[in-house]
Ligand binder design. Structure first.
Ligand SMILES: [Zn+2]
Length: 254
């Protein structure tokens, strides 16, 4: 017999209304995860959505269909709403990377560096489920790509950014370098960028001590590279950033 041991806030009932087909599918999935059972999709098209408990001896079956307005959906029928099956003791296959991403997107947006362990703790406390930490890290990468756009897309903005700095910030230095690659798919490859704003240059000339340090930090992510920072000391011996650059590696040439 099905045991209600889940988060407890999702209920399904006949004639319940959903805003569209995605809404009904999302709620039914959450309900199944909450109640620890898996289902088989019998029919899913523009008009109807019918699912049945994966345990063939159970008899739980839900049928939803489109209302005359063409968008909203309603549950027409739920057979055996109490279930005859046992609640799953093993991993529920409905708990997958895509589902976790929708549930944890706001947490990842608030903290881009959130650890896989913390993400799992959130899943456990909110939904009483867990995933492998390695899967959660993969999910975080995909979620960040959706939130921030991919690194390749971001690097693509750099030439325009350098031009904008030069045009709108007279006296600043902005250099973005590219190497031509002889292939149609990859006509240009980013090699380095150097940015120094006019305000920091005049701050260096007028208010800093005669000492400049350069330090590098390795960049994580698909493309790697090194972020170089040129730092001076101001009159109060505080660090004063003069310029930054992204280069392929920290060597004599760069
Ligand atoms: Zn069942």
């Amino acid at each position: 017999m099905y045991v209600d041991r889940g988060w407890g806030n999702i209920n399904l009932a006949p004639w319940q209304i959903f805003t569209d087909k995605h809404h009904v599918r999302e709620v039914v999935r959450d309900y199944a995860i909450q109640c620890s059972f898996e289902f088989l999709v019998e029919r899913a098209n523009k008009k109807v959505y019918t699912v049945a408990c994966l345990d063939t001896g159970c008899g739980w079956r839900l049928h939803a269909s489109r209302l005359p307005d063409g968008t909203t959906r309603t549950i027409k029928k739920i057979d055996n709403p109490k279930h005859n099956c046992r609640a799953l003791k093993t991993h529920n296959s409905l708990v997958n990377i895509k589902w976790a991403a929708t549930k944890l997107m706001d947490d990842i947006r608030a903290n881009n560096d959130i650890s896989g362990r913390t993400l799992n703790e959130l899943l456990e406390s909110r939904f009483e489920v867990s995933l492998k930490t390695s899967i959660l890290y993969k999910m975080r990468t995909l979620a960040l790509k959706e939130i921030n756009g991919g690194h390749d897309e971001s690097y693509g903005y750099l030439p325009g950014y350098a031009e904008m700095v030069k045009q709108t910030n007279q006296g600043s230095v902005a250099i973005c370098a590219w190497e031509a690659e002889y292939s149609i798919e990859k006509p240009l490859t980013f090699t380095r960028i150097f940015i120094s704003f006019e305000a920091t240059i005049s701050g260096l000339v007028n208010g800093c001590r005669g000492l400049i340090g350069v330090d590098g930090a390795h960049l994580k992510g698909q493309y790697g590279g090194t972020l170089l920072s040129a730092i001076a000391l101001d009159g109060n011996n505080q660090l004063f950033l003069i310029a930054w650059a992204i280069v392929s590696s920290e060597d004599q040439e760069t």
